[in-house]
Design a binder for this molecule. Structure first.
Ligand code: DC
Length: 228
């Protein structure tokens, strides 16, 4: 059967990665979480004091971009590729609320986007890939055979994210902080100048505010089978 590209874009915490992992497993495709790449660059910037809550030294970060090497290493047990920053597994560290609070700022920088988009496009040369992010159907793979655009209410998304952070053992987190983060990321991601989050003309919108995971998966899978 021919291999295609499935591009999944949408607002933060809309369950893009859950759906992408389900699809990749079912189709025996590679799953690529591009948000993890922007998060890893953000972690690098935080560790080197280029960014914190008060300031952002863009010039220094851009100058030092060549010191950032990103790789995915497939974890057999988890069934997906984990994010490595300069040889170190940072999969857990990139998911904290602190990284989430800085990542949208870092993602506005064109030099960073250019570097990551190139790497993402290389991963898709053989197709057979499910990639999620914000600009996959519009910039990274405008020729993707299946494009999905996922939305859900901010409240539903913050509730999911809050639960996820509690499950990870983050005890200092409050629902209000998570909701504010979801709303501010929506705003920055959709209004930035370079590759803002927007629905591609040929993308199918899925609002999963009131949709179960199984129903969503079945709907998308039947859509994919029509394109294969
Ligand atoms: O998918 P995520 O929430 O882990 O993504 C984290 C941030 O990275 C998101 O707020 C915006 C940015 N991002 C991006 O600009 N382009 C992508 N393709 C993926 C993520």
């Amino acid at each position: 059967m021919r291999k295609i590209i499935v591009a999944i874009d949408g607002f933060s915490s809309t369950g893009k990665s859950t759906l992408a992992k389900q699809l990749a497993k079912e189709l025996h495709y590679v799953y690529v979480d591009t948000g993890a790449m922007y998060r890893a660059v953000t972690l690098f910037a935080m560790r080197n004091q280029y960014i914190d809550n008060q300031y952002f030294d863009k010039e220094n970060l851009i100058e030092n971009l060549n010191k950032i090497k990103l790789h995915f290493v497939f974890n057999e047990e988890k069934g997906f590729g984990e994010m490595y920053l300069n040889g170190e597994n940072v999969e857990d560290e990139i998911r904290t609320l602190e990284v989430s609070q800085n990542v949208s700022q870092v993602s506005t920088i064109s030099e960073i986007r250019k570097k990551l988009v190139e790497q993402q496009q290389k991963m898709g040369t053989k197709r057979g890939i499910v990639m999620d992010g914000r600009d996959i159907g519009t910039v990274v793979f405008p020729d993707a055979e299946v494009k999905l655009f996922m939305t859900a209410s901010a409240d539903k998304r913050a509730t999911r994210r809050y639960k996820e952070l509690l499950d990870r053992g983050d005890k200092d987190v409050s629902f209000d902080r998570v909701l504010k983060n979801v709303e501010s990321r929506d705003y920055i991601d959709s209004t930035r100048l370079d590759s803002p989050l927007s629905k591609a003309d040929d993308a199918i919108e899925i609002d999963n505010s009131d949709m179960g995971l199984e129903e969503q998966f079945d709907r998308v899978l039947s859509l994919i089978s029509t394109r294969l």
